[in-house]
Design a binder for this molecule. Sequence first.
Ligand SMILES: [Zn+2]
Ligand SMILES: [Zn+2]
Length: 678
Amino acid sequence: MSGQSNGSASINGRHGANGNGAPRKPCLRVIPLGGLHEIGKNTCVFEYGDDIMLVDAGLAFPSDGMHGVNVVMPDTSYLKENQKRIRGMIVTHGHEDHIGGIAHHLKNFNIPVIHGPRLALAMLSGKMEEAGVMDRTILQTVAPRDVVKVGQHFSVEFIRNTHSMADSFSLAITTPVGTVIFTGDFKFDHTPVDGETFDMARLAHYGEQGVLCLFSDSTNAEIPGFCPPERSVFPCLDRHISQAEGRVIITTFASSIHRVAMILELALKNGRKVGLLGRSMLNVIAKARELGYMRAPDDLFVPIKQIRDLPDRETLLLMTGSQGEPLAALSRISRCEHPQVQVKSSDTIIFSASPIPGNTISVVNTIDRLMMLGAKVIYGKGEGIHVSGHGFQEDQKLMLALTRPKFFVPVHGEHRMLVAHAKTGHSMGIPTENTLIIDNGDVVELTADSIRKGDPVKAGIELLDASRNGIVDARVLKERQQLAEDGVITLLAVVSTDGVMAAPPRVNLRGVVTAADPRKLSLWAEREITWVLENRWQQLSRNSGGKAPDVDWMGVQREIEIGLQRRLRRELQVEPLIICLVQPAPGGTPAYKGRADAEPDSRPAPRGGRGGARDGGRDGGRDRAPQPRRELVAVAAAPATAAAAAVAAPAPAPTPAAAPEPEIAGRTRRRRSAAAAG
Ligand SMILES: [Zn+2]
Ligand SMILES: [Zn+2]
C-alpha cells in the first residue's frame, strides 16, 4: 500500500522535504492513534497543511496479564513530535474511552483549546484538577449546531446525537477538500430519556450538500436490526424493583447517565431511598445533577451509613462494579470485604450492563459469589435490563443513508466489526475501492476525489500504573508476567577482574515450583558462569591500558541470565525471572575450583549467534558439539581428567528431557502473545 507513495495523490507540505519533483496536491490526513481493532482509547488526529486538530483522547483498560497496569494509553510520540502544530481538540462526549486520556496528555504536550459538550467538559475538568493540569488548556463548551473554527483549515459543527451518555455529539468537519462526518458514538434513539433527539435533519443537510467521507461507529456492526431505545429497559427494571421483597442493589456504568436517571426515577416511583456506592457513581451523579442532566429530589438520597436504619423494602443501593472490577463496590461486597454493606439472602441484585469483552470472567465470578451468598441475581441478555448505546446494522445503514458519503471509513471497533461495517456500506452502494479498513497509526489521505492509505505513523500503547505517572514498559510487563507465572531466581556470582570465578555462586528461589534439587541448580549456575567467562570474557572486558581491565559487568550479568534462562526453560520447562548480580573481585583472586566439570554436562545450553541476544537463534547451538571447557584454575597447568573427558566426547548419556523443547517454546510464545493482545 505504501508502494503507491509516488502516485499522483499526495501528502501534505510537511512531508515534501525530498524537494524535487511534481507539485503536490494538498490533502486532508486523518490518523487514528487508538480505537481501531479494539474498543477503547479513541484518539484521532486531523491534519491539513500546518494544522493539527485532535478529536477525543480516551483510555482503555488493561487485559489479563498486564499486572499492575491501571490504564492503557495510546502511544502519542507523533503528537509530541508535532506539538507545535496542534491547534485544538474536539470532544464528542464524556465517556472514558473518549476523554480519559486528556489530563495525562496535557502533561506531555500542549493543546491550546478544547471544545466539547458541557457535561463531558465538566467531567474532564474534574480529572484535570486531580492531575494538576487545569492551567494547561482552555475548555470551551458548545451547544447543538454551534460551529467552531480550529486553526486555519477546520470548522466543526456539533450535531446532537443519541447515545448512552447524555450531551453527545456527531461532528461535521469542514476542510478545504470537503466535509467529513465523524459520527462519534451513536445510536438512533427516537425516544431519548432526556428528550434530546438526534438532529437527523442536520445530517441530511450535509448529505444533500455532499459528504466527502464518513467515519462511523462500528461497535455493533455484527448485530442485525435496530438497537432498542434506552427507554425499553424501564418496564423491565420496574418489574424487578417492584417485585423485590428486600433491598434492591443495582450496578451499571456511572457514565450511563440515562440509565442512572431512570433508576433514580424508579426508586422514587417504588418508594425506595437511594444509597450510592463507588467514587465514580458519586462524582458523575453530582456533576449531572448540578448541570441539570438528572432530576432527582435531594431527599431521595441517604448517606450509606444511615441507610441501614431504613427497612429493606425501602432501600435501593446503586453502585459501581458492573464490570467485576476488583476494587469496585459490588466486587468487594461479593467478597464480603465491604465495610458497610453485607449481602442478605433477601437482596435482589441487578446487573444493568453487559460485560465489555475481556471482563466477562470477572463479571461471572462476581455473579457466582453473590449467588453463593444467597442473593437473587438478575443478569444477562434475556432480562431486558440492558441495551447498548451503540447502533446496530440498521442504525448504521440509516447513518449512511442520511449522509450519503463518497468515501467510507469504519472506526470504533475490533477488526471483525470494521469488516462487517464495511460490508454494510457495500450493501448500500459504496464501492469497495471507496472504503478503507485501517489500523491505529494508519494515515487516511483524502483529496476531493481520492482516498488512500499513506505511510503510517508510530502507534502503540503506553501502560500506566496506579499513580498514572509511572509508565510500565514492555520489558517491565514481561518481567511481571514471569514473576507471576514462574517466580524469581537470584544468582550471586563472584568474578575477579581477570575473569575467574572466585567463589561458588549463591542461588535463591522465590515462587519457583521445581523438582530439581538446589545442588543441581547451583551446578547449572556454575556452568553458565564458567561458559560466559570462557566464551564471552574477551568481548566483555577491554584492556584500556590501566591496571585493571574495563569490564562490562552488566553485560556479564546479562549473558549469565540468558544462559541460565535457556537451560531452565529446557530442563525444567519453567521461565522464572532471573536476576544475576556479579560481585567483582580484584585481579589475582584465587579461582574457586568449581564442581562444574565434576560431572560431564551432556547438554550445554544452546547459544544464539549474535552475542546471545535474547531469543535470537533459539536453537543456534543445538547441533554444535559442546564448547571445550578450560579448567578454571588460575594457572591452567593440566586439565583435570573429568574435564578432559568432557572435552573429548559430547557425552552420549541420554536425557529424557530432550523432546519437549519445541513445545515449551510454543508455550512461551503463546503466553507472550496473550500478553501482547489488547
Ligand atoms: Zn460512548
Ligand atoms: Zn466510545
